[in-house]
Structures are given as C-alpha cells and as structure tokens.
Ligand binder design. Structure first.
Ligand code: 4AD
Ligand code: MG
Length: 431
C-alpha cells in the first residue's frame, strides 16, 4: 500500500492508500463521522462509516483533538462537492501524538500580537500556508529568471566592515577585536562580481536597525540584487520591469488556489505586464502637487506620497533622476545635471510602496573617493571598492528587490510581517 500526499490524490482514485498528517476538524451525523485532515499539501475530508472502519477507529470520534497527528488508511474517491474535489473512505486511523491541551489558535478572532507570539503554530493555518507557498514560488521564479538570463550567483557576505545604505540603521557586531556590521545590502560585492563575470546576483538576508514600526519595515529581510557591467540606467530599468513581470506571471500560473484563499483581486495582477511607466522625480512631485498634496521638492517620498502616486497607474511606476542629496554615495550623477542621481525606485500598485531601489553606479575613481569623503564615511573599508574603479572600470548598474514587500503586494497583505516565516522587528525576536 502506498503512502501519498493530498496534492497527489488524483492519481490514486479507487485505490487504498495511507496518508500522514494532522486533524483539522471533526463532525458527526450519527452512524457516520467526518475527519477533515491536513498534511501540508492540502485539506481532505475523510468519511468514517460504522461497519466499514475498524471498531477502534469508529470509536475515535469522541477522542480526536485538533492537531492530533495521525496516520490514515482508506480508499480514495472523486467527490466534487468535497474540499479539494476528493474524499477518502477511512478504514483505519492511527494516532501518533494525541493533543491533550486545547490548540491555542481557534477559529475565533485573535489579536495580531497573540498570533505573532504563536507564529510557530500559526504557520499551520490556511492563510499563512497560502502566503508561505506564494513566497516559495516567488523565490523560485526569481532564481529561475536570473539563471535563465545568464547571471552567475555570487553570494555577498553578511559580516561587513562598512555601511552601504547610510550609517543610521547599522547593526553592530562584536567581531573579535573590531566592529563588524550585519550587511544592509550585498550590492558593493556584486559590483566586484559584475566586473569578474559580467552579470551576477546575490539573494539573501539583509539587516537594518529600523526604528520604524511601519507595516513595511523588518529588521531582517531578504533582497535579491543583480548587478550588470556595461549597463546604464535605461537598460537597468528594463531588467527590473522584466523581473517583476516574470514573477507575477509565474505566481498567476502556479498559485491560483493560494491567491483565491487570500481573496486577492487577480485582475489587478494580470495587468502587471512590462513595460512599466517611467517618470522622473520632478514629474512625480508635480503629480503630487496636481493632486493637492503638499510636498517639498528635495524630500524623499513617504508612504502616503507613494500611495497617491500609485493610484494614477495600473502598473508599477519607475521613478528615476532623483535629487542626488537624498540618494546613496555610490550613485552616478546625470551628465546633463550634476544635481541629479541616476537612481531608480519602483513603486508597486495599490499603495504597496517601494519594492525596488537601484540605479547606475559612479564609475570614476576621483569622483567616488570625494563622495565617500563627502558622506563622512571612513575610506579604509572602501579601498577594495575603489580598486574596482582603478582596474578596468566600466559603466554598470543594478538594483535590489525586497522579497517581503513584493510578496505583501502580490498577496495583498497589509502587513509585511506575515510574508516571512519568522519576522524580526524592533519588538520581536521570538519565536
Ligand atoms: O532601496 P534600498 O535601500 O536599496 C539598496 O539597498 C540598494 N543597495 C540595492 C541595490 O541597488 N543593489 O533597498 C532595496 C529594497 C527596497 O526597495 C525594499 O523593497 C527593500 O529593499 N527594503 C526593505 N524591506 C523590508 N524591510 C526593510 N527594512 C527594508 N529596507 C529595504
Ligand atoms: Mg530605497
């Protein structure tokens, strides 16, 4: 007899099989009772009929509790009216572990903090299952996109000697006799990678000591960062929109069930097809003003500004040509206007905010060394980075896509903390 999983039931109609999983629910109508059961791949209704199941199994009805782990034997039937389209006529249920205390998470409404404190158990719920499966597919499609397009995976280190994205949100680590920092971004190492391999990417956790408690910030989040030699800002934007288009397409193909569980408006996602609109920072500011929003040229956009901007478009927008003062030290300046940096931010639709930050990098040695000084950064840890401008420097660009922000957008979840298995925020280190 074969042991199978719920997502594979279709190949076993009429066969007697074993399944391993957990009790989701039970209900009774006299001489028959139903065992709703989950195994991580789906939900299945089992039917237990007096006389058809063993006496011990039939008697279990009063004894089973939610989340008991069980081994089930029975015959698979097609049943369009049942969850998932199948049913199993149970002959035997073997209990592996019996739950003696009530499972903390019930169908009644719990507060967000309670659920987060029980994240290790909450992950079993239908909605969290759907979000994590979408995360799995988003990660997969990102790797597929870069692997199919000639990029080489170059892992950036997590311990670093310097800041990348400003010095205000660095996590310090005691590193033997000196101070190290947890990386905020793997970009600088990808710049070394791009000059060694042409096109590279890294995909891993990044850390920012964000003191903000917004629904968009984690202290530990995942970022994918491609970097490309001989690529300017315009081509960089084409790569960025194609990546996002590829991810969305993949999720629409592979996660129909999950999007349905999340009640996501799929029509909105179907419209996310490149090319995406490009607007300059100045045009974005004008657009805000035209909508009556007060905003001073030279500031960075806040969450509300990004929401207002996104309302005008069906697709994500790419805002480029930023005031250099609010962008990082490594950004190349516009050759026609030295006040502008060749950076680009991609803002998702429906108010989900910035999902990508990137741009063309400064490739001139003298200009870059002055920038580092101007930003009050120590030169020593950047010596290797400056070398890249001494030996065969080329125009190059790249970007970073925030994984959790992208998942929140795709899933339509308000808060980013539901998009990572075990979120780390200012207030949470457990579970
Ligand atoms: O815009 P950021 O800061 O850009 C960089 O780090 C560049 N060095 C990337 C590059 O060019 N290789 O961050 C990129 C993206 C943001 O658009 C956002 O999606 C995500 O990373 N992000 C965060 N996500 C969750 N929590 C945080 N605290 C985040 N900070 C940035
Ligand atoms: Mg940014």
């Amino acid at each position: 007899m074969k042991t199978i999983t719920i997502n594979d039931l279709g190949s076993f109609i009429g066969k007697t099989v074993k399944l391993k999983g957990w009790v989701y629910n039970t209900r009774s109508i006299g001489k028959i009772w139903f065992l709703i059961f989950r195994d991580g791949t789906g939900l299945l209704q089992g039917v237990v009929v007096k006389g058809e199941a063993t006496d011990d199994t039939f008697a279990l009805e009063q004894k089973l509790n939610k989340e008991d782990s069980v081994l089930i034997t029975g015959m698979v039937k097609k049943e369009p009216r049942s969850i998932g389209g199948f049913e199993i006529g149970i002959s035997e249920v073997e209990v592996i572990n019996h739950v003696t205390e009530e499972f903390p998470i019930s169908s009644k409404a719990h507060g967000a903090d309670f659920l987060m404190s029980h994240r290790h158990l909450w992950l079993r719920s239908k909605r969290q299952n759907a979000i994590m499966k979408i995360r799995h597919h988003v990660v997969n499609s990102i790797r597929e996109f870069f692997n199919n397009n000639g990029f080489i995976l170059i892992d950036s280190p997590i311990f670093t000697g310097n800041a990348v994205e400003g010095t205000t949100n660095l996590f310090e680590v005691n590193y033997f006799e000196r101070t190290a920092y947890l990386t905020q971004s793997g970009q600088l190492y990808q710049e070394a990678g791009a000059t060694a391999f042409g096109k590279t990417y890294c995909f891993g956790p990044c850390f920012r000591a964000e003191k903000s408690k917004t629904r968009r910030h984690l202290t530990e989040f995942w970022m994918v960062e491609p970097e490309m030699a001989f690529v300017d800002l315009d081509e960089n934007m084409i790569w960025a929109e194609n990546l996002v288009g590829y991810i969305i397409n993949n999720i629409l193909d592979n996660c129909k069930n999950e999007l349905e569980i999340l009640e996501r408006d799929i029509e909105r996602l179907r419209k996310i097809i490149p090319p995406f609109p490009r607007i300059t920072y100045k045009e974005a500011v004008d657009l805000l003003h035209s909508k009556g929003r007060e905003f001073e040229y030279g500031n960075d956009f806040g969450a509300i500004d990004e929401t207002i901007l996104s309302e005008n478009f069906d697709k994500p927008i790419m805002i480029h040509s930023w005031p250099a003062d609010i962008k990082a030290f490594y950004m190349k300046r516009d050759k026609d206007n030295n006040e502008l940096a060749l950076g680009v931010d991609m803002i998702a639709t429906e108010g989900y905010g910035e999902i990508i930050g990137g741009g063309q990098r400064e490739d001139d040695y003298d200009i870059l060394i002055n920038r580092i000084r101007h930003h009050d950064l120590p030169l020593e840890p950047f010596k290797w980075y400056l070398d890249l401008r001494k030996y065969g420097s080329v125009p190059h660009s790249g970007f970073g896509l925030g994984l959790e922000r992208t998942i929140a957008w795709i899933c339509g979840t308000k808060h980013i903390r539901e998009t990572i298995p075990f979120p780390r925020t200012m207030a949470r280190l457990e579970p």
